[in-house]
Design a protein around this ligand. Structure first.
Ligand code: CU
Length: 460
């Protein structure tokens, strides 16, 4: 799971160069490296105070070392190759081998020391979004600290004062570094593990990239028109399902580091927002929702009881955010009969293909030739065909027989007899239908008008 390669090479190099912490550490803590984009099992704390760990979607939690009662972490800012979904890898910047970086989990009241080594070609810093900390630990380059130059290691140290859901990201050349994927989650667990207790606690960040089809490096100057809408730098069908046991209390923590808001929608269950990056919401402020809008720079923790077994969609409700690259510059062809011009066009452009004249659903099913290292606009094979989704989409899989603490994918849900939509096989639709906007009302419409005239409103 972790590799010591990074630790051995970097630590040895920096110790040899005499770069050691002013905080008294003789050696840098290990900087474990993750080489997979799969969701890793929760990291149960091997030392320190107890807590119930989170599960980072397509991510992992950074191990630490305890040093005289201080939790020490080592983040390495570096270029990474991140698999966005099977079939596409992006050249990003991240931490410890992946983008986003590993999740940091601590307990309210923990003293935390974070070593940040810069292996990027330019300077960086880390800002600890949402934390109460000494001003000089806030990570804003130029304002509260000098930048961390390439090859250098800085030390941040503070007490995690408030439990909740937070994130970290650079506050130096932010536009480039966040567009390249530099970010991570930070969870501060309550001092009392019984407080805010849930059975499953998932977390992920919303991020977005603009990678030209056939290339692998994001265009960092893009302001709004991104073509990869991702959760933890993964696009559907590359996003793992959120696996739950029936009747579990489930929390999903979501942070938004894109350039636009994302209304996140859950099917089949209602939830309440129980936390923001400002803390836990008061009980009296909670109301039921099935969609919650997460604005830029915000975090939301939602909670629900997983009462109903099934494969329930969880997705951004902006429909353009549930598709991958290739979709946005295609003209709308619905209702256009291209058969008359297709011969002429193919004489000019031999590989021109007719598409979109009945909608774009064909795009989900067809295996059309696309440039290398490019995801289909939408896809994802379900048990009944193409799911016709991409981007910010996943599935909450609720099963009766899923074991507590088991996150393995149970496969597709078997719909119980009599509970699934089915095809009508009775009398077919008549071939002629009365137009709804006909000048003369039909017999039934006349009756409707008569009823209305004779009703209570006629007396006014
Ligand atoms: Cu969205």
């Amino acid at each position: 799971m972790y590799s010591r390669r990074n630790f051995l090479s970097s630590a040895a190099a920096f110790i040899a160069a005499g770069v050691v912490s002013k905080a008294g550490a003789a050696t840098l803590p290990e900087a474990p490296l993750m080489d997979k984009a799969d969701t890793q099992p929760p990291l149960h704390p091997p030392n320190g105070r107890p807590y119930y760990p989170v599960v980072t979607l397509n991510g992992w939690t950074l191990p630490w070392r305890m040093k005289n009662g201080v939790k020490e972490f080592h983040l390495i800012a570096e270029p990474v190759l991140r698999e966005i979904a099977p079939g596409m890898k992006a050249t990003l910047w991240g931490y410890n081998g992946q983008s986003p970086g590993p999740t940091i989990e601590v307990v309210e009241g923990d003293r935390v020391r974070l070593f940040v080594t810069n292996k990027l070609p330019e300077h960086t810093t880390i800002h600890w979004h949402g934390q109460r900390l000494p001003n000089g630990m806030d990570g804003v380059s130029g304002l509260v600290q000098p930048p961390i130059l390439p090859g250098k290691t800085f030390v941040y140290e503070f007490v995690a004062k408030r439990s909740g859901t937070f994130m970290y990201h650079p506050h130096a050349d932010e536009m480039s570094q966040m567009a390249m994927g530099m970010m991570g989650l930070w969870i501060t667990h309550p001092n009392d593990p019984k407080q805010h207790r849930v059975d499953r606690d998932f977390c992920f960040l919303l991020n977005a990239y603009d990678v030209d089809p056939g290339s692998s490096t994001p265009r960092i100057n893009t302001m709004l028109d991104f073509n990869l809408w991702t959760w933890n730098s993964r696009a559907f069908p590359g996003i793992d399902p959120l696996v739950c046991r029936q009747y579990d209390r489930v929390r999903i923590r979501i942070g938004n580091l894109t350039m636009t808001n994302h209304p996140i929608h859950l099917h089949g269950h209602e939830f309440v927002v129980t936390g923001t990056d400002g803390g836990w919401t008061p009980l009296a402020s909670r109301w039921p929702e099935v969609t919650t809008d997460i604005a830029v720079g915000q975090m939301r923790a939602i909670e629900f009881d997983a009462t109903d077994p099934g494969d329930w969609a969880l997705h951004c409700h902006k429909s353009h955010h549930t598709m991958n690259a290739m979709g946005h510059n295609v003209p709308t062809m619905i209702g256009v009969d291209q058969s008359a011009v297709i011969d002429k066009i193919t004489r000019l452009i031999p590989d021109y293909m007719v598409m979109g004249d009945t909608g774009m659903a064909d795009m989900g099913a067809m295996q059309m030739p696309i440039p290398e290292n490019t995801l289909p606009m939408m896809g994802g094979e379900g048990p009944y065909g193409s799911v016709e989704m991409g981007g910010m989409f996943s599935v909450v899989k609720i099963r009766k027989d899923q074991k507590p603490g088991d996150y393995t994918d149970p496969g597709w849900y078997q719909q119980p007899e009599g509970t699934q939509a089915y095809e009508w096989t009775g009398e077919p639709l008549p071939t002629t239908r009365a137009p709804a906007n006909a000048a003369a009302p039909t017999a039934s419409e006349t009756i409707m008008l008569d009823v209305k005239k004779g009703g209570a409103h006629g007396e006014h």
